[in-house]
Write a protein that binds this ligand. Structure first.
Ligand SMILES: O=P(O)(O)O[C@H]1O[C@H](CO)[C@@H](O)[C@H]1O
Ligand SMILES: O=c1cc[nH]c(=O)[nH]1
Length: 232
């Protein structure tokens, strides 16, 4: 086992879905994976392995925010040799044409986190999705009439901003939505030469202030999960 994941070597598949929410991880395993078992409950951050259409797939919750996600992503790659990581998260819309329950496929992730600034001595690294995973998601979405947008997103260190208009500076430059982990996922995947993608479901809008209930955030993201599973 690793420090934060209680799985034996070989218990985690090469293909892993990464929701932030542990209850979404449980719901994904129970709804989509055959013969799934729970390999870790450390800190309540559930991890499961099963199969989807005959392929081994794991789902590991990462918690909220870049520091938490970095722990799980590092351990999955370093200790369990995971090769394909697809985040399946919720996000807040920054654009009026992106509505609740729409799907966003993240080509790249801007960030207000200073972790990469420190790491690259103030130079800018551009966290980018793996091209093959990205194209698989786009092709599958197009072929199945999934309502999606693809582009740059923001991985933010803050959920509650002092100034409710902070989002506008990003929206003006075409950033589609905000979440809290993808820039770290893309950066760590690049470092270790593995493949990463984030697919997000819009759970609220910074513009209209509409939002999904907690229950829907846990369990009503099936279109995104099926799209992600088809990319493995
Ligand atoms: O729904 P998840 O995957 O947790 O993602 C989003 O939701 C959390 C905030 O509510 C942050 O983790 C953000 O990235
Ligand atoms: O990080 C997040 C996730 C969902 N909605 C938001 O507004 N921010």
């Amino acid at each position: 086992m690793s420090l934060h994941i209680k799985a034996k070597k070989g218990e985690i598949a090469e293909n892993v879905l990464l929701p932030g929410d542990p209850l979404r991880a449980k719901w994904i395993a129970e709804t989509y994976l055959e013969n799934s078992f729970c390999y870790s409950e450390v800190r309540g951050m559930f991890g499961y392995t099963g199969s989807y259409k005959g392929k081994p797939v794991s789902v590991q919750a990462t918690g909220m925010g870049i520091p938490s996600a970095m722990i799980y992503i590092n351990e999955l790659i370093r200790e369990y040799e995971v090769k394909n990581l697809i985040r399946v998260g919720s996000a807040g819309s920054y654009q009026k044409e992106i509505e609740l329950m729409d799907i966003v496929i993240a080509m790249s992730a801007s960030t207000n986190s200073t972790i990469n600034k420190d790491h690259f001595q103030m130079d800018d690294f551009a966290p980018t999705a793996n091209f093959e995973l990205f194209m698989k998601a786009v092709d599958h979405a197009r072929n199945n009439d999934v309502n999606f947008k693809a582009g740059n997103i923001l991985s933010s260190d803050t959920f509650y901003e002092d100034d409710p208009d902070t989002y506008k500076k990003w929206a003006k430059y075409g950033v589609l939505c905000v979440e809290m982990e993808t820039s770290a996922l893309y950066t760590i995947a690049a470092k270790f030469g593995v493949n990463a993608l984030s697919i997000l479901t819009i759970s609220d809008s910074l513009i209209t202030k509409e939002e999904l209930s907690t229950e829907k955030r846990e369990t009503k993201m099936g279109e995104m999960i099926e799209l992600a599973l088809e990319c493995f």
